[in-house]
Design a protein around this ligand. Structure first.
Ligand SMILES: Cc1cc2nc3c(=O)[nH]c(=O)nc-3n(C[C@H](O)[C@H](O)[C@H](O)COP(=O)(O)OP(=O)(O)OC[C@H]3O[C@@H](n4cnc5c(N)ncnc54)[C@H](O)[C@@H]3O)c2cc1C
Ligand code: FES
Length: 321
């Protein structure tokens, strides 16, 4: 069986076991969340030995070159010496926390040095004790603070802390940015369709604002889904954005409620394709709950959108204990 060496200790991996599981099983603390190769919180560096290609999927070229890999999906075929991912975090401070709805809080972070990113990418937020979770960026590069929208997960460690204990001035750090869900210029006339539920709105707002300020001329349709009207946060901001840009169209959608609330009523995926049955030539962005993201990806593709034109970020959470 492969041996995983870490900070002077050696641990034998069980058959088919991921490096993260070998280390956790032996009491080594490694930050982690999704356990599915998506959030990048479990990053480690291989000092010796080879790691499989799929454990480097989604990492930037600079990280790959330095030997970084995602330990939750790395099942080594030979011995490996690994190190913690040090020096990749940038210090930040919580600048502001404000509730956008009963279950969503906006977190503004002030960086010690400016972050180079694209609106819609995500960062990994590290609490001082090492707890790490990924959040998408609703802000635009050049703004004073990074803006995150965090949903309260029942018994969630990071979201519970942000809702109940964290205060402005609290030091944290961030790693990233990562992800490829962002606007790219070059086809300003192309119609855009953005859809997501809950805090899936965070990257979508960033992407819309980025497209509009870059001079996008084609129609931009943003669908935000929630269970009930009280889940449709930032609706006034989005209505104001639509009033100021004739190309931008905001469509709130609720599963339960009536149209008197100003929202469309129905399932988000069905509402989108009923209103846009032909999507050939469009570009799509879908973010948020993983099962709805998968459904939307499929429906947009079946309506004619090229798969290469669909960018997606599934907010995969840690498996419940
Ligand atoms: C690329 C990416 C982008 C993301 N962007 C965002 C974003 O913009 N906004 C956002 O809100 N989230 C986002 N997420 C999800 C986010 O990273 C966290 O997973 C989420 O905030 C939950 O973290 P937590 O520490 O609060 O919950 P955790 O403590 O990690 O709990 C995880 C899950 O287990 C459940 N759970 C925990 N303890 C128990 C228990 N004792 N019994 C039963 N169930 C339990 C929780 O309810 C939750 O569903 C993103 C994820 C990814 C991968
Ligand atoms: S990528 Fe490994 S825990 Fe999320």
């Amino acid at each position: 069986m492969p041996v995983v060496r870490y900070c002077g200790a050696a641990f034998e991996a069980a058959p088919g076991e991921a490096v993260l599981d070998t280390l956790l099983r032996n009491g080594v603390i490694v930050p982690n969340s999704c356990r599915a190769g998506v959030c990048q919180s479990c990053l480690l560096r291989a000092a010796e030995g080879a790691v499989p290609d799929d454990s480097r999927r989604g990492l930037g070229a600079a990280l790959v070159e330095q030997g970084y890999f995602l330990s939750c999906v790395c099942r080594p075929s030979g011995d490996l010496a690994v190190e913690p991912a040090g020096g990749l975090e940038t210090p930040a401070t919580i600048a502001e926390l404000d509730r956008l709805s009963p279950t969503v809080i906006r977190v503004r972070l002030r960086m010690a040095e400016p972050l180079v990113y694209r609106a819609g990418q995500y960062i990994t937020l590290h609490r001082a004790d090492g707890l790490a979770r990924s959040y998408s960026l609703a802000s635009l590069p050049g703004e004073d603070t990074l803006e995150l929208h965090v949903r309260r997960a029942p018994q969630g460690k990071m979201s519970g802390w942000l809702f109940d204990q964290a205060r402005a001035g609290e030091p944290v750090s961030i790693r990233g940015p990562a992800g490829a869900c962002f606007y790219t210029a070059g086809r300003p006339e192309q119609p855009l369709l953005l859809a997501g539920t809950g805090t899936g709105l965070a990257p979508l707002i960033g992407i819309c604002r980025d497209a509009l300020r870059t001079g996008h001329t084609g129609p931009v349709h943003l669908y935000h889904g929630a269970l009930r009207p009280d889940g449709l946060y930032l609706a006034d901001v989005l209505r104001a954005l639509a009033a100021g840009h004739s190309a931008f169209h905001y469509h709130p959608v609720v599963l339960e409620g009536d149209e008197a609330s100003g929202a469309l009523v129905g399932a988000l995926d069905k509402t989108v394709v009923n209103r846009h049955p032909k999507l050939a030539g469009w570009r799509g962005f879908v973010c948020g709950d993983p099962s709805i993201v998968r459904l939307l990806q499929k429906k947009l593709f079946l309506a004619g959108m090229a798969s290469s034109d669909i960018a997606a970020d599934a907010f995969v959470e840690a498996p419940a204990p």
